[in-house]
Ligand binder design. Structure first.
Ligand SMILES: *[C@@H]1O[C@H](CO)[C@@H](O)[C@H](O)[C@H]1NC(C)=O
Ligand SMILES: *[C@@H]1O[C@H](CO)[C@@H](O)[C@H](O)[C@H]1NC(C)=O
Ligand SMILES: *[C@@H]1O[C@H](CO)[C@@H](O)[C@H](O)[C@H]1NC(C)=O
Ligand SMILES: *[C@@H]1O[C@H](CO)[C@@H](O)[C@H](O)[C@H]1NC(C)=O
Ligand SMILES: *[C@@H]1O[C@H](CO)[C@@H](O)[C@H](O)[C@H]1NC(C)=O
Ligand SMILES: *[C@@H]1O[C@H](CO)[C@@H](O)[C@H](O)[C@H]1NC(C)=O
Ligand SMILES: *[C@@H]1O[C@H](CO)[C@@H](O)[C@H](O)[C@H]1NC(C)=O
Ligand SMILES: *[C@@H]1O[C@H](CO)[C@@H](O)[C@H](O)[C@H]1NC(C)=O
Ligand SMILES: *[C@@H]1O[C@H](CO)[C@@H](O)[C@H](O)[C@H]1NC(C)=O
Ligand SMILES: *[C@@H]1O[C@H](CO)[C@@H](O)[C@H](O)[C@H]1NC(C)=O
Ligand SMILES: *[C@@H]1O[C@H](CO)[C@@H](O)[C@H](O)[C@H]1NC(C)=O
Ligand SMILES: *[C@@H]1O[C@H](CO)[C@@H](O)[C@H](O)[C@H]1NC(C)=O
Length: 363
């Protein structure tokens, strides 16, 4: 028998109708820009936001650790377009969510390290200009936009129950980089970006053409990502998230981003005023790493163990991806390391490394 099932997205953020009046200036409401409700005040009403495993973080590439247990993600129905379903965008007062109303429950999600994670929803983080907006930084740098595709571990039943477990949630994140070249207009996402100006106000919702979830991750990126353990990036800031941050960025044009910056947040009450937030900067500041390890699935210069690892083991999925990001070490320094005899002895027979050395033209 077929039940009518509806997959809802939202509820990462829990709202409270009660407010503190008078003396207490910190409300249970939260916002991105406010002298009483901004990120630095979240912990007063949402104590988990003051935890030690918070997100987002600044990913320093050369401090990431290659880990061969980070096998490729296996998406389930990510490429499927459900033509019978309703796809919508909603402004929930803090961000833009993409929802899918499906008649049947089919598995949409991911297999990762032996666990099945089911899709919960996706939303965006952006900034007032192209120079920041992504919540995760790479080598101290933020980019224009970040999408979070939120999943929960199927065995825990649903999103809210999964929040109770340190591995309950998996967020697959992609960072977007802008350029003004028209070639970088992201065609699959055009319809999504164009519809944002129909949901300027909190609680607005608009239907969009069905599109596959794979539109929100860069092509062939299932095997190249960073992983660390952290939290939701908005209240309640629950520390239950296995983060998967893609190594490859997605290109979009600057123009495609403009409508995000017109969005209005929900009504907030602080001690003496009621106001609508302009949703221009929806990125929480990066949080202390507190000794956590950031792993990478790609054995790649400049990860911390690149030069110490035996690269000759044939079965490793070693692949060289050009560093997408600025690095502190320049080519001169890198070549010096490569030319050092110890390094050459260890790797001389390795075809991959030969290509690498040729590619950066050390000799
Ligand atoms: C957050 O934690 C720090 C250190 O434990 C503490 O000093 C501070 O008062 C806490 N802030 C809130 C809002 O709970
Ligand atoms: C690889 O990751 C797993 C799971 O996070 C961890 O237990 C293991 O210690 C890591 N291995 C290395 C070599 O860091
Ligand atoms: C969704 O995934 C399931 C399991 O992988 C598969 O059986 C089903 O055919 C997929 N549905 C569609 C519409 O592709
Ligand atoms: C990041 O910023 C810190 C502090 O400003 C600096 O010490 C470090 O070298 C920077 N790292 C990179 C990769 O740029
Ligand atoms: C999550 O855990 C709390 C206590 O740790 C419990 O009260 C609550 O019922 C749990 N929620 C779910 C949905 O399992
Ligand atoms: C694109 O153009 C806008 C407006 O001229 C400018 O502010 C922005 O920095 C440009 N972005 C890039 C990536 O060049
Ligand atoms: C959006 O919200 C505003 C203010 O609440 C309302 O007047 C308008 O009808 C809504 N538009 C849509 C498309 O929901
Ligand atoms: C993705 O992989 C396929 C098959 O290996 C390849 O044909 C395609 O060019 C790749 N796309 C990108 C953007 O690397
Ligand atoms: C804000 O406060 C006013 C007056 O106290 C109240 O009427 C209103 O419902 C509150 N709004 C929200 C969104 O809590
Ligand atoms: C919000 O944006 C509107 C229109 O761009 C502007 O008039 C208003 O001053 C902004 N409010 C704040 C608090 O920045
Ligand atoms: C590299 O391989 C050599 C020879 O097989 C072995 O002696 C050495 O311990 C290995 N080093 C590492 C870091 O795995
Ligand atoms: C590269 O880095 C080294 C050491 O930090 C420095 O001496 C050298 O001038 C740099 N070269 C270039 C081309 O920036």
């Amino acid at each position: 028998m077929m039940m009518r099932g509806v997959i809802f997205f939202a509820t990462i953020c829990h709202f409270f109708s009660t407010t503190f009046g008078g003396i207490n200036s910190h409300t249970e409401d939260w916002a991105y820009s406010s002298d009483t409700e901004g990120p630095q005040f979240w912990a007063y009403a949402h104590p988990l936001c003051n935890g030690t495993k918070q997100s987002p973080i600044n990913i320093i590439m050369k401090e990431t650790i290659y880990n061969e247990t980070l096998t490729p993600l296996v998406p389930l129905n990510y490429s499927t377009v459900f033509n019978d379903a309703n796809y919508y965008l909603a402004n929930n007062g803090h961000t833009v969510k993409l929802g899918i109303e499906l008649d049947t429950r089919v598995p949409i999600g991911l297999l990762w390290r032996g666990n099945e994670y089911h899709y919960h929803g996706l939303h965006f983080h952006w900034g007032e200009n192209d120079q920041h907006g992504s919540e995760h930084y790479f080598n101290n740098q933020s980019y224009a936009l970040e999408v979070h595709i939120v999943h929960y571990l199927k065995d825990y039943g649903d999103f809210n129950s999964a929040l109770n477990y340190s591995d309950g949630i998996l967020v697959w994140s992609s960072v977007f980089q802008t350029s003004n070249s028209s070639e970088t207009s992201n065609t699959p996402l055009q319809d999504v970006f164009k519809s944002i100006d129909k949901i300027i106000n909190a609680e607005n919702k608009t239907y969009i053409n069905p599109l596959p979830l794979s539109s929100f991750v860069s092509e062939n990126s299932t095997g190249s990502y960073y992983h660390y353990e952290g939290s939701l990036t908005s209240p309640e800031c629950t520390e239950s998230v296995m983060w998967i941050v893609n190594h490859k960025m997605i290109s979009i044009s600057s123009n495609q981003l403009l409508s995000f910056r017109l969005l209005k947040g929900r009504l907030h009450n602080s001690s003496n005023s009621v106001w609508f937030e302009n949703l221009t900067n929806t990125d929480r500041p990066t949080q202390p790493i507190n000794g956590r390890k950031v792993y990478t699935s790609v054995l790649n210069y400049p990860t911390s163990n690149f030069f110490n690892k035996n690269l000759t083991s044939g079965n490793n999925s070693i692949s060289y991806l050009p560093p997408i990001l600025e690095t502190t070490q320049n080519t001169t320094t890198l070549c010096k390391t490569i030319k050092s005899s110890a390094f050459l002895t260890r790797t001389a027979s390795n075809l991959f490394l030969s290509c690498f050395i040729l590619a950066i033209d050390c000799f």
